[in-house]
Design a protein around this ligand. Structure first.
Ligand code: ZN
Length: 356
């Protein structure tokens, strides 16, 4: 009798796996798997306390600043921008900011803005909130600094007439630079890279669930898999205060992931840093201005990560793709098998109880 239950149990698991594998939207399924992996890679927060002077700014290696830590990081990061191919002008060693500060922001901006930069003056600011809070994350600040330093490099990362293009290309490039820094051994950059991947893949899950009119599942799913109780409360409070911030997500998260990184990775075409009209229509090839390789992002995601993406977005890089019929057959067969097994199990259990 026990053996029968064991066999039935195994079949149930098999049918369930078949059903899950074939009937769930692969965009939801694979991005969720990738996000879980990213969360595991992010690991423990690297807490740090950088110096921050509220007195008059001072000079450090030709940069006017209020933090030696910040200038140390600028000198570390700009050469990475060069090495990762983010600087279009082959003769340039990269542009160093004339001024770099931790700086207060006022009002709502204080909560929402990580940093800012003013390319004409080569000026970079990081929101002081990120280092004044209880548990400042080094990865977060390094991620913001890479982003702001990219903005001042050249006009490709700063197009004042097109904020969407500017921010989405800069965000995608930031992820690749962080990947390169991670491979060079910087733990904080690894953490920033994987948390970028987590945020981007989760936003793809949320967007796709909304398309299926299942958007309401997203928050409970996050609470279950990704958030502690405190974080759930914080997420709810954020939602109350600032709303869903759709345009922020579009600029910094969903366009970089869906339109820049995924096609760049799956087509092996790299990140096309181009004029605004081409970013709006990434399938139009040809007239882009320079390509930043995505080799480090590809390396860190690994074969399994790239496979997940290819499997989720089979049309990218393969316009002739047609879904195979056996997928439909698999999900129907898995579903029927599942129902039959649950029914059989129910009958078995019922008889056992009745015959006792
Ligand atoms: Zn920006």
């Amino acid at each position: 009798m026990k053996k029968i239950f064991l066999v039935l149990g195994l079949l149930l698991v098999l049918a369930g796996a078949l059903f899950v594998n074939f009937s769930f939207d692969p965009v939801v399924r694979n991005n969720l798997v990738l996000a879980i992996r990213a969360r595991l890679e992010v690991g423990e927060k690297i807490v740090f306390v950088p110096d921050y002077s509220r007195d008059a700014p001072f000079q450090q290696w030709g940069i006017t600043t209020n933090s030696v830590w910040l200038v140390d990081q600028v000198r570390q990061i700009v050469p990475y921008l060069k090495r990762e191919g983010a600087i279009a002008d082959a003769a340039s060693v990269g542009i160093y900011p004339g001024q770099a500060y931790f700086s207060p922001y006022i009002g709502y901006r204080s909560f929402q803005v990580g940093g800012s930069s003013y390319p004409p003056e080569d000026l970079v600011f990081i929101n002081e909130r990120y280092i004044l809070r209880d548990d400042p994350s080094q990865a977060t600040v390094v991620g913001i600094l890479v982003h702001e330093l990219l903005h001042i490099q050249d006009q490709f990362f700063f197009q004042p007439d097109d904020i969407l293009a500017t921010e989405s290309v800069t965000s995608a490039a930031t992820t690749e630079v962080l990947a390169g820094m991670c491979r060079a051994g910087r733990k904080d950059a690894c953490q920033a890279f994987w948390s970028d991947i987590e945020v981007m893949s989760l936003s793809a899950v949320e967007a796709r669930l909304s398309i299926h009119k299942l958007g309401w599942i997203f928050d409970p799913l996050m609470d279950l898999l990704f958030r502690t109780q405190d974080q759930s409360a914080r997420a709810e409070k954020w939602e109350q205060d600032f709303g869903s911030q759709e345009d922020v997500v579009t600029k910094y998260v969903s366009v970089p992931w869906n339109q820049l990184l995924i096609p760049g990775l799956l087509n092996h075409s790299g990140l096309r840093v181009s004029s605004p009209e081409h970013i709006a229509e990434p399938w139009r090839m040809g007239d882009f201005r320079f390509v930043m390789p995505l080799d480090d992002t590809e390396f860190l995601l690994g074969e399994s990560g790239i496979w997940l993406l290819r499997n989720a977005y089979p049309r990218v890089g393969n316009p002739d793709y047609k879904p195979a019929d056996w997928k439909l057959i698999g999900s129907v067969a898995g579903g029927i098998l599942l129902i039959l097994l649950i029914f059989t199990l129910g009958v078995f259990m019922g008889r056992k109880i009745l015959l006792r």
